[in-house]
Design a protein around this ligand. Structure first.
Ligand code: COA
Length: 534
């Protein structure tokens, strides 16, 4: 056992200040998440209830095993855009009849459950998660199809929705649709492409064209039921495999279908018989990260409050000390952890990361990246010392590593450091951010400063005087813009993470992710890296 010691003093002024700043950010986060939960607002929610229907989160609750967690994903999708927060869809991972599944549920109170560009991104992200982690996919469908005013953004890329469903099925990953209401036009292919379909009497409406469209196209008189009702699809077309009498019955049938999949996880699972909680209080995670990310903090203090028994076997602690690497377990699942310490990544850190990633691949152990980096070091000494080569080495290793990666943005995640630490483009299986995180090409002041220097040099080369007053105004404006674009809610709105989490939930969230990851086999890369530039 190598139990971490702590230097955190919960009674110190610093701790209190960090905690207060974090709590303030959590309050803001709650406010924004509440918008997603409120769906289309009281008017549409009330109308929906009057129709005797359940809200998407209620449907999910009834679908899941009682008293089991639901790891909601991308709750803030579309934040900061013209579309409603949450993008009219609820997605996440939960346990149905003992099987972890990926669940999507349209929110019919939000513009009739229609899919806008962010809904599409959210759904496609779910498909990726289901495929990579081998999770059965359950769709709770009630949607007006494409959000018509934004059709240009979704019609062409939206074909991927149906393509993915059949590719999941082809990969042996079951797909299931429960149709609670409208699923028309393109939306009809959601049940159409699913392995198993449940429809509800007098509720499900699944047709390529509704009565008005049919009348226009062929002159035929028809009605909803004969074109696409549950009775018709269960008895005549055969599109419905299960005929349910109401919503509760439909969800019960979905649970039975999942039970009959006899799904077996293919990962090795946990490697500890007894799971010990961390030795230090998770509550203290609120007081570790300073509001000003220029102040360093020790990531071991975070690790100590996340891993089993606070037991962390650090490797190469004396080499490249600005990156902490070591082995631990979370809820019994083994992990290799890479955590930034002093912010900057130097050549040693990059080489150490590369070696560590290779170790994890040889042992088939998932990797956890805890981000707090301002990027790779710049300057003559470092360029001459080969910082590009070494950063490239780390990016090569992270790109070609085959073990599952989990990333948590705890503090800064700037520049190519974001890439080396397995940022979004490097396909971590899951990526979450703390409210304290910030991510951008570089810090706002640096970026504004660089722009100003470039503009100044351009003015000099043109022989013009430089307008200092305009420069100061521009710098302030750019700084503000970059700052707001680097904040977690903005990034989460664009689906650059899978959610912003309360630091106190980190261990639980990672445990749920690791459990999901172990649904698929875990096999590291034995070779197959790009050419390492030495
Ligand atoms: N695109 C954009 N907005 C849509 C929409 C869509 N596909 N479907 C519904 N909306 C909007 C409605 O205009 C309405 O807005 P408003 O309240 O500001 O006037 C709101 O969502 C609720 O729609 P409403 O028709 O009142 O809800 P409903 O629950 O009674 O019916 C539908 C829902 C989906 C059955 C119905 O809206 C519908 O048939 N929509 C069009 C479906 C379609 O043909 N889609 C084409 C897909 S390719």
């Amino acid at each position: 056992m190598s139990v971490l010691q702590t230097g955190v003093d919960p009674n110190s002024a610093d701790f209190a200040a960090h905690r207060a700043a974090m709590l303030e950010k959590l309050t803001e986060l709650d406010t924004e998440q509440a918008k997603a939960v409120a769906g289309g607002g009281p008017k549409y929610v009330e109308r929906h209830r009057k129709r005797g229907k359940m809200l998407p989160r209620e449907r999910i609750e009834l679908l899941l095993d009682p008293d089991t967690p639901f790891l909601e994903l991308s709750t803030l999708a579309a934040w900061g855009t013209d579309y409603p927060v949450g993008a009219g869809m609820v997605t996440g991972i939960g346990r149905i009849s003992g099987t972890e599944c990926l669940i999507t549920a349209n929110d019919p109170t939000v513009r009739g459950g229609a899919s806008n560009p962010w809904t599409l991104k959210k759904a496609l992200r779910c498909h990726q998660i289901a495929l990579e982690n081998r999770l059965p996919l359950v769709n709770l469908v009630e949607s007006g199809g494409a959000d018509l005013p934004s059709q240009k953004e979704i019609f062409i890329p939206g074909g991927a929705l149906f393509r993915d469903l059949t590719r999941l099925s082809a990969a042996g990953i079951p797909t299931l649709s429960v149709v609670f209401g409208n699923s028309t036009a393109g939306g009809a292919y959601v049940p159409g492409m699913s392995d198993h379909v449940v429809m509800i009497d007098e509720r499900s409406k699944v047709f390529l064209g509704g009565p008005p469209l049919v009348k226009m196209a062929t002159g035929e008189e028809s009605d909803d039921e004969s074109l696409g009702g549950a009775r018709m699809h269960a008895r005549v077309s055969g599109l419905a495999d299960h005929f349910a009498v109401d919503e509760a019955d439909a969800l019960h049938r979905a649970r039975q279908i999942v039970a009959r999949l006899e799904w077996r996880k293919q990962g090795p699972g946990t490697s500890a018989d007894v799971v010990e909680p961390p030795k230090y209080d998770e509550e203290e995670l609120l007081g570790i990260v300073p509001a000003d990310l220029r102040q360093p903090f020790d990531p071991r203090e975070v690790i100590a409050r996340v891993v089993d028994g606070s037991d962390f076997d650090e490797v190469k602690p004396l080499y490249g000390p600005s990156l902490v690497t070591g082995w631990a377990r979370i809820h019994g699942y083994p992990v290799g952890i890479l955590a930034n310490a002093q912010g900057v990544l130097f050549s040693q850190e990059a080489q150490k990361a590369t070696q560590f990633i290779q170790w994890a691949n040889q042992r088939d152990i998932p990797l956890l990246f805890l981000h707090n980096t301002t990027g790779y070091m710049v300057g003559k000494e470092y360029e001459q010392g080969g910082i590009i080569k070494h950063g490239a080495m780390m990016i090569n290793a992270v790109s070609n590593s085959r073990v599952p990666h989990l990333s948590v943005l705890v503090g800064a995640s700037y520049g190519a450091g974001h890439y080396g630490m397995c940022g979004r483009a490097y396909d971590p299986r899951f990526l979450f951010a703390w409210p304290s995180a910030k991510s951008a090409v570089m810090g706002p002041q640096q970026l504004a400063g660089v722009l100003s220097l470039v503009a100044r040099a351009a003015a000099v080369s043109r022989g013009q005087a430089y307008d200092e007053e305009a420069d100061a105004g521009l710098r302030a404006m750019v700084e503000q813009q970059i700052e707001s674009e680097s904040l977690p809610m903005f990034l989460s709105g664009r689906l650059y993470d899978d959610g912003v989490i309360d630091p106190r939930d980190t261990r639980t969230v990672l445990g749920l992710c690791l459990s999901a990851v172990h649904s698929a086999p875990i096999q590291g890369a034995r070779g197959g890296y790009g050419v390492f530039r030495m």
